[in-house]
Design a protein around this ligand. Structure first.
Ligand code: IMP
Ligand code: MG
Length: 178
């Protein structure tokens, strides 16, 4: 797996430091509130596990499953919600946790889906943001890192379901994608 890496963009140390800072910010912003952390599977699983442990307010943790990529590295433009909301969000302070904001299609769809269920507040937090790739305007409330316009893997992000367990965010060698 590690032989497939061209270069590391964000090391596990950089990520750990940034995630700690973001967690502290969220703790401050939601002080005295009860938070519903809503993770978008599968990409969120590492980021959510790490950031949740730096958020020092009462948290309910729930998941949705969304996919738009299938096995390609370019978004299909269609969002598949495989696991719909089967819990109560009305009146709750909801924070969507996602691995990456790319075209914006997934978060736009999920944001609308959650908003329909009348949360008290709704914000979004992504580890990565690739602003150059945006197809629909979307701005996150909390962002780990701005990411260059390259397909990345690791720390939850996959290519063809592999590489999610890399402890850093990296670019693969070009021959892997072809
Ligand atoms: P969007 O709908 O285009 O914003 O894409 C969001 C989803 O696409 C993310 O949740 C990821 O699962 C996937 N994605 C986007 N860019 C990358 C990437 O560079 N590596 C791996 N997955 C990505
Ligand atoms: Mg994802």
């Amino acid at each position: 797996m590690k032989n497939d890496i061209e270069r590391v963009l964000f090391s596990s140390e950089q990520i750990a430091e940034r995630v700690k800072t973001l967690g502290a910010e969220i703790t401050r912003d939601y002080a005295g509130k009860k938070l519903l952390l809503l993770g978008v599977l599968k990409g969120c699983f590492v980021f959510l596990a790490d950031i949740a442990r730096h958020i020092d307010v009462d948290c309910e943790i729930r998941f949705l499953t969304a996919s738009s990529y299938g096995f390609a590295s370019v978004s299909s433009g269609k969002v598949n919600i495989e696991k719909d909301i089967d819990f109560d969000v009305s009146g709750k302070d909801v924070l969507i946790i996602e691995d990456i904001l790319d075209s914006g299609i997934t978060l736009t769809a999920l944001h609308a889906l959650v908003a329909k269920n009348k949360p008290a507040s709704l914000k979004t937090c992504t580890l990565l943001d690739k602003p150059e790739r945006r197809q629909v305007p979307f701005v996150t409330d909390y962002t780990g890192f701005t990411c260059p316009n390259e397909f990345v893997v690791g720390y939850g992000l996959d290519y063809g379901e592999i590489y999610r367990n890399l402890p850093y965010v990296a670019v693969l060698k070009s021959e892997i994608y072809s």
